[in-house]
Design a protein around this ligand. Structure first.
Ligand SMILES: Nc1ncnc2c1ncn2[C@@H]1O[C@H](COP(=O)(O)OP(=O)(O)OP(=O)(O)O)[C@@H](O)[C@H]1O
Length: 591
């Protein structure tokens, strides 16, 4: 936990170290102020009023000094909190910006959002509100133990031996609640997700379940959260009771020791000095348990913050893809995969196994295969969303790991199914591909991608705002804008995922026109869902369960009667493709 906190602070770590030093000193000062009661009481009980008054002044000065010092510690704690909010946000942002695109899964994005909006705030409050009492709660009893040794060594020994026992019980109590706490946070996050889903998917829910049908998922999530909450409350109570009991047990042991000390020699006269020491030691024993009870009380707050720090830790532990020490420039627009092996996680099965592929500059390759066969993964590896587990991916004859991320990004344009449009105008979104593009170039790509038809319909034309994520446009319109954006970038390699969902006949025509026009000019690698696209390719790679099942031209593969021919049969049956001989070739349509 502290490791993550310190990592988060980065170069602001000295501010935290200074604060910890101050908090430890505060614990010592508090302990000394308590111990100053010893000479005051001893003198008073022995009838030395003048001596007691002198020590009383020392005691008052000590209490005032520790109060003043506590204020300084709190200010230093606030300083650490500010460092967390300012510096750590920046550091987390820099770290996330260096992570591979593949890291940004919905789970990770939600976690990041939660950490930035809530988690860091909770973590920033730790030093001022939790660490100070926790540190002093651990240091002050140590000072009292030393004083107890001086007064009554048996009680001192018991208090000293009790410290590791107390630490063990505190840790056990913390562990008891940790899993319940994690479960509760997990179920809360799930409930939030279900609430958003419930709101967003109203049309689907009402169509399939009637008005209240969709409530079931939400109600189940709320029920799970409710159960997790009750379990957390129960375990928290057990932790608090356990901590309190063990502290009271230690106090009782100290009392018994004191009483046994008095009754050790029945009938014998107890020295007044010993009796005074014993009384004072009993008072100290009482003060010994107070900071410990405080410390135990902060267990809950620490556990809550631990969850947030764990989430931060998971983000910080994600490694950026290593950058080449001596980056090389790609020599041409070829793409080559050699015996590529890849899995999304070490414990998951390989998604690509021994895939090899050579794509010549300016040629077109279609990737075909059943859903889940690994087409998208293959294309992501070319753009280096992830690094391969085995084998290599080269662009322009250079391993992508040896190309700087900037140079690789400059070499590749992408039209993916989930192309995101930013809140801004259509023109802003297209210009993202090349901010310095002229208006004429913008209009040219808009025409080529069929965006001109969209803007002709809109009163504000190119300056029409698209809404968050392009929400004010249809799926097909969004796709055309993303095509225009990719075209204006003018990169020599174009990776395209034909979005089946967004493709209407008109968009399919735009894709085919785009591909025809760019053929021979750019290297095209297309995840093809339409027969008309597949036919255009110079080579077709058929993937089956992460392996290359077949490769060749449309005519060759169809004639061979292998997996491709069978795949075509299935697609025709499933999607109504029909084959029409047109000018000596076979054509598909979605009708
Ligand atoms: N981010 C991810 N984490 C873990 N597994 C993933 C991830 N993305 C894809 N997979 C898995 O990898 C396998 C290949 O997926 P991929 O998306 O590459 O297939 P595909 O051929 O493009 O499928 P589709 O045509 O349906 O888009 C699938 O089993 C999928 O569940």
């Amino acid at each position: 936990m502290m490791k993550v906190f310190m990592k988060l602070l980065g170069e602001d770590l000295p501010v935290f170290r200074r604060y910890v030093g101050m908090a430890v000193l505060y614990g010592v000062l508090s302990g000394l102020s308590i111990v100053a009661v010893v000479p005051v009481l001893s003198r008073l009980l022995a009838g030395d009023g003048a001596g007691a008054a002198g020590w009383l002044i020392v005691l008052v000065v000590g209490v005032v000094a520790s109060w003043w010092w506590r204020r300084q510690v709190e200010k230093a704690g606030i300083g650490v909190g500010i460092a967390v909010l300012q510096g750590a946000r920046q550091r987390l942002g820099d770290h996330v910006a260096s992570l591979p695109v593949g890291w940004f899964t919905p789970d990770n994005t939600t976690r990041l959002n939660h950490v930035v909006t809530h988690g860091l705030m909770e973590v920033a409050q730790l030093p001022a509100h939790v660490f100070t009492p926790v540190i002093s709660g651990a240091v002050t009893p140590l000072v009292i133990v030393v004083a107890l040794f001086g007064l009554h060594w048996q009680m001192g020994l018991i208090a000293l031996l009790a410290l590791p026992l107390l630490a063990a019980v505190f840790l056990l109590a913390a562990r008891l609640g940790r899993q319940a706490d994690a479960d509760y946070h997990h179920s809360s996050a799930q409930t939030s997700g279900r609430v958003v889903e419930f709101a967003q998917a109203q049309s689907v829910l009402r169509a399939f379940n009637g008005e209240g049908g969709g409530m079931r998922f939400l109600e189940q999530a709320i029920e799970r959260q409710h159960r997790a909450g009750i379990r957390l409350i129960r375990l928290s109570m057990v932790s608090v009771v356990l901590n309190t009991w063990v502290i009271q047990a230690v106090f009782a042991a100290l009392l018994v020791t004191a009483v046994l000390g008095l009754s050790a020699q029945p009938g014998a006269v107890v020295e007044p000095t010993s009796a005074i020491a014993l009384v004072v030691a009993l008072i100290l024993a009482n003060r010994f348990s107070e900071p410990l009870l405080d410390l135990a009380g902060y267990g809950e707050a620490l556990r809550g913050a631990r969850n947030q720090l764990d989430a931060v830790g998971r983000i910080l532990s994600a490694s950026p893809l290593p950058e080449a020490v001596r980056p090389q420039a790609p020599r041409d627009a070829s793409v080559e995969l050699r015996d590529v092996h890849f899995g999304y996680a070490p414990e998951q099965p390989e998604v690509l196994s021994g895939v090899s592929l050579r794509v010549e500059p300016g040629s077109m390759t279609a990737l075909v295969g059943a859903s889940g066969s690994g087409k998208t993964t293959l294309v992501r590896l070319i753009a280096r969303f992830f690094d391969v587990g085995g084998g290599s991916v080269s662009v322009g004859g250079v391993d992508v790991r040896e190309i700087s991320s900037e140079a690789l990004a400059g070499q590749i344009s992408q039209i993916f199914q989930d192309s995101y449009l930013f809140q801004g105008s259509i023109a802003d979104n297209i210009r993202l591909g090349r901010p310095e593009a002229s208006d004429a170039e913008l209009m040219e790509v808009a025409r080529l991608a069929g965006v001109d038809e969209i803007i002709a319909r809109l009163p504000e034309g190119l300056e029409t705002t698209v809404g968050e994520g392009g929400a004010r446009l249809s799926g097909g319109e969004r796709q055309r804008i993303s095509i225009a954006r990719a075209l204006i970038k003018d990169a020599p390699i174009l990776l395209i995922d034909e979005a089946t969902a967004a493709l209407d006949v008109e968009n399919q025509r735009v894709i085919v026109d785009t591909l025809e026009r760019l053929r021979g000019e750019r290297t095209l690698i297309v995840i093809a869902h339409q027969l008309s696209t597949v036919e255009m390719a110079d080579q077709i790679l058929v993937l089956d369960d992460g392996k290359v099942a077949e490769r060749g031209s449309h005519a060759e593969l169809q004639a061979s009667g292998g997996p491709y021919a069978r795949f075509l049969q299935q697609r025709r049956a499933a999607k109504g493709w029909r084959i029409q001989p047109v000018a000596g070739v076979v054509e598909g349509s979605t009708s």
